[in-house]
Ligand binder design. Structure first.
Ligand SMILES: Cc1ncc(COP(=O)(O)O)c(C=O)c1O
Length: 506
């Protein structure tokens, strides 16, 4: 590790600014806390408010170069092995938006993993890119989606010869990690950049026992949600540009896209937290992760010992779409107990004030951070699970519940952008068959979008979504969560002509 990694130039410059009690003739109007509401001051403290300064403050992000802000971003790039890193103040979501805009400078088509995060779909809306969707591997037993295989990516790229990028997700919410090395080879062999949404894997660069992280494995642009597991403040994240990415994606275009997708008033506390989280990960990450992985291994063993429960772990490796497993997620398979994941999550809240990251019909997911030490919460979870399982009992039919495969996606009749900006109307679900969706519908389980904006709705898909709802599942993205109605695009040629004349977007 480079000695520079022990430094936090941005955090230090901010502390020095606050400590010297400058005349703050700039925003924000609370003036370092003096003008703040007393309740806020008490809640978050004078120190935090004194650090809340605007962009373009001399000696912090403007002035003698490299400024502390530039130095901190360089240290971050070095820590993750990138050519360049950008601090993002609008989460990994911003990273996806920026990636889409940067790709759109190179062409109009892209291959996208079908179960991408909603911010990737928003990126398609913003950029106007036309996606070819590539299906992740679906685990019919658990009812969850894993990663994209290199074969699937290759076929999607072959079907999209004008694609300018391949956009994948790894790790998943459940800890499945893709074979990024092979995916990068496939993308590069077809002359396109590999964009990896590694929102859930920022920690993987800091321990040799963890799966190889996306940059190291050859991805070109990596979206990293630093706040998730590495533990910077919520909403802070990073975008990493690989050393060889310049051959396939333009660095300055990415820079411009990052600026376009963020406020002109980036929050200094968020940036400082990225600087500090990078130092902690680079200097202490290995030791912290060793400890956390040890405690989690023990916790998994305790959960497996509870009759009716199982855990997802490295035994998943080798299943289709699971090249490796990230142990920082604790996913509990609840098919053996007589309650769904939804019911168990509610019970855990009531029994032990246990608040989970995610739950579905068959699985509960608890997330652990890189810097947790005692991991008391892990024991609280185990204890509460014991009580909950004793309350609900075991399932009679055994743990073999699976779910019906979703019907094929409808034809992509227009780009997500055209559907989003086009004239729209809300129609009863029964009348929506054959219409173009203006919104996403993603049933949970397994959480893969059944419909995306721009796709034609089919009777099979609408029936599938309805039956998932009837069985206690949910649908995300729909304006009507009960799917009595659907928002669709108005396609009538007459209306479109009228719009063109009046310039209306509907
Ligand atoms: C795969 C993936 N990408 C991107 C994001 C967006 O991250 P953020 O909340 O930091 O904007 C998430 C959030 O959960 C995610 O799961």
């Amino acid at each position: 590790m480079d000695a520079g990694q022990r430094e936090t130039p941005y955090l230090d410059a901010l502390s020095a600014y606050a400590a010297r009690r400058p005349a703050r003739l700039h925003v924000p109007g609370h003036k370092g806390g003096q003008g703040a509401d007393a309740g806020l001051l008490e809640a978050i403290g004078a120190q935090a408010l004194s650090f809340d300064i605007p962009a373009l403050t001399y000696g912090i992000d403007v002035g003698v170069e490299p400024t502390p802000f530039e130095q901190s971003q360089r240290l971050a790039a070095q820590a993750w092995g990138a050519k360049r890193a950008w601090f993002l103040i609008n989460g990994a979501s911003q990273g996806n938006l920026a990636a889409g805009l940067a790709l759109a400078h190179r062409g109009r088509e892209v291959v996208v993993q079908r179960n991408a995060h909603s911010s990737t779909i928003d990126a398609l809306v913003l950029s106007g890119l036309r996606p070819t969707f590539a299906a992740p591997e679906v685990d019919a037993e658990l009812g969850i989606a894993h990663c994209l295989t290199p074969g699937t990516l290759d076929a999607a790229l072959a079907a999209t010869p004008r694609a300018v990028g391949a956009w994948i997700v790894s790790p998943t919410y459940f800890g499945a990690v893709a074979d990024i090395r092979s995916l990068a080879e496939v993308a590069h062999a077809r002359g396109v950049a590999l964009i990896a949404d590694e929102a859930w894997g920022a920690h993987m660069a800091f321990h040799e026992d963890l799966p190889e992280h996306a940059l190291a494995a050859g991805a070109d642009l990596v979206i990293s949600s630093t706040h998730k597991i590495v533990g910077s403040l919520t909403q802070s994240a990073m975008l990493h540009f690989g050393h060889r990415a310049g051959e396939l994606i333009d660095e300055e275009t990415v820079d411009r896209a990052v600026t376009l997708t963020e406020s002109t008033s980036p929050n200094a506390l968020l940036c400082a937290s990225l600087d500090a989280a990078r130092r902690q990960a680079a200097v202490h990450g290995r030791e912290l992760l060793t400890h956390t992985m040890g405690v989690l291994a023990d916790t998994r063993a305790q959960i497996r010992a509870i009759e009716g429960l199982d855990v997802l772990d490295e035994r998943m490796t080798g299943r289709p779409g699971v090249f490796a497993y990230d142990p920082l997620r604790l996913a509990v398979d609840v098919r053996g107990v007589a309650a769904s994941g939804y019911e168990l999550a509610r019970l855990l809240r009531e029994i032990g004030d246990i608040n989970l990251e995610l739950y579905g019909q068959n699985v509960l997911v608890a997330v652990f951070g890189m810097g947790e030490r005692g991991l008391e919460e892990a024991q609280r979870l185990v204890d509460a699970l014991r009580v909950a399982v004793a309350q609900v009992g075991l399932t009679l039919e055994g743990s073999s519940e699976s779910f019906a495969a979703a019907p094929p996606w409808g034809e992509l009749a227009m780009t997500p952008r055209e559907a989003y900006l086009g004239r729209q109307e809300v129609v009863p679900a029964a009348e929506a068959v054959g219409r173009i969706a203006a919104e996403s519908l993603a049933t949970y389980p397994p959480g893969i979008p059944n419909v995306l904006p721009g796709e034609r709705l089919t009777a099979e898909t609408l029936e599938y979504v309805q039956s998932t709802l009837e069985q206690g599942g949910s649908v995300r993205g729909a304006s009507d969560r009960l799917l009595r109605t659907v928002r669709v695009v108005v396609e009538a040629a007459a209306e479109l002509d009228e719009d063109a004349e009046s310039g209306s977007f509907g």
